[in-house]
Write a protein that binds this ligand. Structure first.
Ligand SMILES: NC(=O)c1ccc[n+]([C@@H]2O[C@H](COP(=O)([O-])OP(=O)(O)OC[C@H]3O[C@@H](n4cnc5c(N)ncnc54)[C@H](OP(=O)(O)O)[C@@H]3O)[C@@H](O)[C@H]2O)c1
Length: 287
């Protein structure tokens, strides 16, 4: 085969895609944008000022711009996310609603506007950024985990429906990543009354443990590489973890129909957070 035909084949295998990423001002979204651009894809890496996932009009404006310029949208990466940290008893309803408004309703809003575009094209890929917390809640991430569980449920339902239009919906489930998620995108649970004092030791322990876990977390570049592989795949699967440990965690859960193994594991994680004396290895399966 001559070199020209080889290069042509290589370019057609890479197939440059038009990609929209939400929440790409930093962290996983930014690294994914950089990586996909370096591979030759056309990337619309949006920040909250251009596309706020809680604002339908801003989603519509962005999609109109992309369609005017590119005439198509091949891949949506619903990456924008926020959290509230603390056991659910300490989370105010307003804090929980804010998290769901971005992580669940935000992703749903963008999907609702993107699906008709992809349906007309008879092609498309939607990647929803979940988490290992979307299959097993980690200590202190009760409401965040719940929002990712909801996103997983929506993604699974949407996937089965969208296949008939040649559209794929997948979830990516990173474990702990070394981004600024905890410092920049996470509120601390603030519901207080005489009953919540029971968490006075637990909370500082859990926060310290979490800060250490996040600092030692996976590089966002590795998550970006997994996303690039999903985009290059002909028939993507439903879920993608981003590390061997993450896959082991999820595999274990899917072999635990009663949920008892998972409950026991969570109890073991929670126990030292009540009394301090944290073992840095605790919860390493989340990474
Ligand atoms: N870090 C982890 O350990 C981890 C693990 C598993 C999954 N994830 C998920 O990965 C995704 C990215 O997180 P990250 O770690 O990269 O955190 P990050 O660096 O804090 O990035 C979060 C991004 O979401 C954006 N965002 C927040 N609210 C938004 C809204 N209403 N509309 C549009 N954008 C909004 C932020 O924009 P602003 O600059 O405007 O705040 C920021 O760009 C999230 O969905 C998160 O749940 C993270």
């Amino acid at each position: 085969m001559n070199i020209f035909i080889f290069l042509l084949l290589l370019v057609s295998t890479l197939e440059a895609k038009v990609v929209l990423i939400t929440g790409a001002s930093r962290g996983i979204g930014l690294k994914t944008a950089e990586h996909l651009t370096s591979l030759g894809h056309t990337v619309y890496a949006t920040n909250r000022k251009e596309l706020d996932v809680t604002d339908d009009a801003s989603i519509q404006r962005t999609l109109e711009t992309i369609m005017q310029k590119e005439g198509r949208l091949d891949v949506l990466i619903n990456n924008a996310g926020i959290a509230v940290f603390g056991p659910f008893e300490l989370v105010t309803i307003e804090q929980a609603q804010r998290v769901f408004d971005v992580n669940f309703f935000g992703a749903m809003r963008v999907m609702q506007q993107v699906l008709p575009i992809m349906r007309k094209q008879n092609s498309g890929l939607i990647i929803n950024m979940s988490s290992t917390s979307g299959v097993r809640p980690s200590p202190g991430w009760d409401v965040y985990g719940a929002s990712k569980f909801a996103l997983e449920g929506l993604s699974e339902a949407a996937r089965a429906m969208a296949h008939q239009w040649n559209i794929d919906v997948v979830v990516v489930e990173p474990g702990t990543c070394a981004t600024h998620f905890f410092t920049e995108s996470t509120e601390i649970a603030s519901r207080k009354n005489e009953d919540t004092a029971i968490y006075d030791t637990f909370m500082p322990n859990a926060m310290k443990w979490m800060e250490e876990r996040l600092a030692a977390g996976q590089n966002p570049e590795e998550v970006a590489a997994v996303i690039a592989t999903v985009i290059a795949t002909d028939k993507p699967k439903m879920r993608y973890q981003t590390s061997v440990k993450g896959t082991q965690t999820v595999a274990k859960l899917h072999c635990d129909p009663t949920g008892e193994t998972s409950t026991r594991e969570q109890e073991l994680l929670l126990e030292p957070l009540w009394r301090g004396g944290l073992d840095p290895q605790i919860g390493s399966s989340f990474r």
